[in-house]
Design a protein around this ligand. Structure first.
Ligand code: KG4
Ligand code: ZN
Length: 391
């Protein structure tokens, strides 16, 4: 089954042709990062305008690169939520219109479910023979149910028990900021730009390299900051606003501490943070890099430990990562450390398929279409859509 996927939920415009939910024929992404970087984050109005400008060329390129004609396609799919309403509207409208005009089945895709299905995509060419075989819903090499999926995108941080295709049980979610959101906000305050996750990862790596060069470990230096972790014991919930706020205080610490001392008032926690930062800086690593390293570590720590605990409690054989933050190398390494000793398999999409792309949309669509599901033209965008959890 050949499916065209369209993704336009935020600031990426994507189109992709995927065979049988796994094999890529093309994958085109037009990113707006350069534009939004100027504002330190995504500006919704700008994003939807850019979507309009990019969508048709992106779809045409995806078909051309797949050497695929409209007749070859079995179905068309597009994200219908969650995301920015104006951005979603562009891809969904184009997808439905093309399906109507070309007389193809249409399927609206849940963006979060698609992030999970990115784990079904393969880095190998489609098999030439046994086409019928490759269209089966379950294939050797696919993730094995039941599994734990850690969904970590820009707006979501959730631990989900997935018993089978479409069978989702929510175990825990963030009570305030998503991990990606916290990374983006802190990156902006540290002056590292948008998107925050990759920027913080780069800076953290610099701190680690600097310490390794001096034959020291970065761990001790960054511990000076004592960044808080909200464990919320007895639950699989997360909270990242505490560590985010501590970071904001650290970043603003210098000015605030100076002001407080000028007023003759006693030193506040800001002074304490700032002194620690100075001390750490004297030990050799650039301060911001060390802060980035400590912050990344605080987030990775909680994500990895809680996911491992869920995998143990529900006795799954596999954990998968889904969403933009799954691109984080430190998280991947830490997850392996947690899971390897327990013999639990870990998988994550290749970096390009962690962040927003349309291949994952076509993949998720395949698994619904193969059950005979499709949507009518009345399907509307759902900006607040969540995974379809069992009650
Ligand atoms: O899934 P995604 O591309 O878009 C949404 O569906 O939200 O996720 C975007 C998030 C952003 O917060 C971005 O900072 C984060 O993923 N991200 C990363 C990395 N690459 C992207 N976070 C940590 N490390 C990365 N390498
Ligand atoms: Zn996403």
């Amino acid at each position: 089954m050949l499916v065209l996927g369209i993704e336009s939920s935020c600031d990426e415009t994507g189109a992709s042709v995927v065979r049988d939910g796994r094999y890529l024929l093309s994958n085109v992404v037009a990113s707006q990062i350069e534009i939004h970087n100027r504002y330190g984050g995504v500006v919704p109005e700008v994003a939807s305008r850019q979507q309009i400008a990019a969508i048709i060329p992106v779809v045409e390129t995806a078909l051309a690169q797949a050497s695929c004609s409209w007749e070859d396609l079995d179905a068309i799919s597009a994200t219908y939520g969650p995301g920015l309403a104006g951005s979603l509207l562009v891809g969904l409208t184009v997808g439905k219109t093309l399906a109507l005009a070309r007389n193809k089945p249409f399927l609206g895709v849940n963006h979060l479910e698609a992030h999970m299905y990115a784990n079904w995509l393969r880095n190998e060419p489609a098999p030439v023979e046994a086409v019928a075989e490759s269209a089966k819903r379950d294939q050797p090499g696919d993730p094995l149910f039941p599994l734990i999926c850690l969904v970590i995108s820009g707006a979501h941080s959730e631990i989900v028990l997935v018993r089978d295709h479409g069978d989702y049980q929510l175990l825990g979610r963030t009570r305030d900021d998503a991990a990606g959101e916290a990374l983006d906000k802190v990156s902006r305050v540290l002056g590292l730009g948008y998107p925050g996750g990759p920027a913080i990862q780069r800076m953290a790596q610099q701190a680690e390299d600097a310490y390794v060069a001096q034959k020291k470990t970065v761990k001790k230096a960054r511990n000076a900051y004592r960044l808080p972790r909200a464990w919320l014991r007895g639950t699989y919930d997360f909270s990242f606003s505490g560590v985010k706020t501590a970071m904001l205080h650290l970043a603003e610490g210098a000015t605030d501490a100076a002001r407080t001392l000028q007023n003759g008032k006693p030193a506040t926690q800001y002074t304490r943070y700032t002194r620690m930062g100075e001390q750490a800086a004297q030990e050799g690593a650039p301060d911001v890099a060390l802060l980035a390293s400590g912050f990344q570590e605080a987030i990775v720590d909680v994500l990895a430990v809680k996911t491992r605990m869920a995998a143990q409690e529900y006795q799954v054989k596999q954990v998968i990562l889904a969403g933009g933050v799954a691109a984080n190398l430190s998280l991947r390494a830490r997850m392996r450390q947690e899971l390897d000793p327990l013999g639990i398999r870990l998988s994550y999409p290749s970096i390009d398929f962690c962040t927003d792309n349309a291949a994952m949309i076509a993949s998720a669509a395949f698994f619904h279409l193969s059950l005979g599901e499709h949507h009518g033209m009345e399907l509307d965008v759902q900006p607040g859509l969540s995974l379809p959890f069992r009650k």
